[in-house]
Write a protein that binds this ligand. Structure first.
Ligand SMILES: Cc1ncc(COP(=O)(O)O)c(C=O)c1O
Length: 408
């Protein structure tokens, strides 16, 4: 029964969130996602979306989506293995695998679902063996929530999790050494390819070296890197010269590649086949709608046809990063279009993001517990859709508000 007490407890919890400054407000956009958006009847510059290539409202992408609706309808009312597989799902899976230079790939409704599906399937599966088994997973402490939650679907009796401090691969190796001889069935090292709070890249070559040395499978979640990093946009493996050499990749079509939804796992043929047969978040959840599939296929083609998009997002990111530094802000170094401007203080960050919005610049402020205490920041996200004028305008607003608040 929905008791009075439950309602009161929920209210109390919501109040606590509000008092702690952790209550998330949803800003309502009144139109399309792009370099500029409309909020409360006013045009503002958008620097808070994962729309790295500007494909979220690109005419070729929206056309592909509309054409797909005309040809295949809106939805399939089914999971993949019953009646939810169109030829285009297979086409996208094949195209993606070719792009990533791996054997095969499998679509999920989201990257979150893909991560949940992968770890539970692999660690819970007995593979016909008698008796108990235990796998070990080694995970960077700052890995995405979907990886953290994925571990919760792995049975405790089958999986031990080992968390290493962010980027501390010496600590990781120490764990791998300690665990030698413990009889773990499989070892899996898992890392985000790009850490979204800083825009820092995982140290992929070293992770790969450790995975090989200690016979562990390497899993990289490249959500923020697919369509962004590497010469052709294939992500962190390509960036580090490891194209096609990572055992398992996960990623999303919900950021650079059109920005709607849709996730994937890509890698060795037998792993993908196993997921198709046994992964519960794949088997028992609806197939990706045709409009998203066709638009994602178009996004992969556009990456090839318009390499200038990748160049533009890179150049824009460098231009903004250098510009903010020159103004006197403390900016994290990097090459990714996530550009954090460090303010330190949470209250100041909250106030500044509000003032920036009032002045026509939408950027997200992040503070504890989303980032470590004392490291509050404005997280700018740069897009190929931004013009130089728009970036200059953003820097001008940032400079004016920064001066007014005594930050610079
Ligand atoms: C590293 C990482 N993995 C997974 C996800 C989830 O992606 P999706 O929105 O496709 O579920 C995100 C998105 O924030 C992410 O940053």
């Amino acid at each position: 029964m929905y008791s009075k007490k439950l309602a009161e407890d929920i209210e109390k919890e919501l109040e606590t969130l509000k008092k702690a400054g952790k209550f998330k407000m949803e800003r309502e956009l009144e139109g399309t996602q792009g370099a500029e958006v409309e909020i409360a009847g006013k045009k503002v510059l958008m620097f808070a979306a994962n729309n790295y290539l500007g494909l979220a409202n690109h005419p070729e992408i929206t056309k592909a989506g509309k054409d797909a609706i005309d040809k295949y309808g809106f939805g399939l009312s089914s999971v993949r293995f019953i009646s939810g597989t169109e030829t285009i799902h297979k086409t996208l899976e094949k195209k993606l695998a070719e792009f990533l230079e791996v054997n095969d790939s499998i679509l999920y409704s989201t990257n979150f679902m893909a991560n949940l599906g992968f770890f539970a399937t692999l660690t819970n599966e007995a593979f016909g063996a008698e008796g108990e088994h235990m796998d070990a997973i080694y995970s960077d402490e700052l890995n995405h929530a979907s990886i953290i939650d994925a571990f919760k679907l792995c049975k405790k009796e089958n999986m031990v999790k080992r968390i290493y401090s962010h980027g501390d691969l010496v600590a990781l190796e120490k764990m791998l050494v300690e665990d030698q001889g413990k009889g773990y069935r499989f070892k899996i090292i898992v890392s985000d390819g790009v850490f979204s709070m800083e825009g820092y890249l995982a140290q992929l070559p070293k992770l790969k070296e450790l995975a090989e040395k200690y016979e562990a499978l390497l899993f990289v979640d490249d959500a923020h890197a697919i369509g962004v990093l590497g010469k052709s946009g294939a992500g962190t493996p390509e960036h580090f010269g490891l194209h096609g050499k990572i055992d398992v990749l996960s990623g999303t079509f919900g950021k650079a590649l059109g920005g709607a939804v849709g996730g994937y796992i890509a890698g060795k043929k037998e792993i993908i086949e196993l997921l198709r047969q046994k992964s519960r978040t794949y088997l028992f959840s609806n197939s990706v709608p045709p409009s998203v599939v066709m638009a994602s296929i178009r996004a992969l083609d556009l990456l090839k046809e318009k390499p200038e998009l990748l160049i533009k997002v890179k150049e824009n990111s460098e231009y903004f990063r250098n510009g903010a530094k020159k103004l006197g802000f403390e900016v994290l170094d990097g090459i990714h279009p996530i550009v954090p401007v460090m303010l330190g203080d949470a209250a100041k960050t909250q106030e500044m993001s509000k003032k920036l919005l009032a002045n026509g610049l939408f950027v997200v402020g992040l503070w504890f517990p989303v980032v470590p205490e004392g490291t509050a920041r404005l997280r700018f996200q740069i897009s190929a859709a931004h013009t130089r004028e728009q970036i200059d305008q953003a820097l001008k607003i940032l400079s004016e508000v920064g001066r007014e608040m005594g930050v610079i």
